[in-house]
Unconditional design. Structure first.
Length: 95
């Protein structure tokens, strides 16, 4: 089952590298976080059923949700400023 977590994490990495839109990049990050969460949970189960893997997985999932909310807030703010959302438009938010 750990190979499934590796495949999901790998798909997230490929999605992050290949996508040029902000939404595609954020989906890649979420896939990468999902793969890491699955890996921690499966490692906890294979280590004798301790709950430490599930606790780490919960904290990773909560961090991923916080990142997703912040990313969508930036995307909405950028859309109101530029009327479009792209990875290249993020540099304009520094000004």
């Amino acid at each position: 089952m750990m190979w499934v977590a590796g495949v999901v994490g790998g798909m997230g990495l490929v999605c992050m590298i290949s996508r040029r839109t902000l939404l595609g990049f954020m989906i890649g990050i979420q896939l990468l976080i999902l793969g890491a969460t699955m890996m921690f949970v499966l490692a906890g189960v294979s280590a004798g059923g301790r709950v430490s893997g599930q606790v780490f997985g919960m904290f990773i999932a909560l961090g991923g949700v916080a990142q997703l909310v912040a990313g969508y807030a930036l995307a909405v703010g950028l859309f109101f400023l530029k009327k479009r959302v792209g990875m290249d438009d993020l540099r304009s938010l520094k000004q």
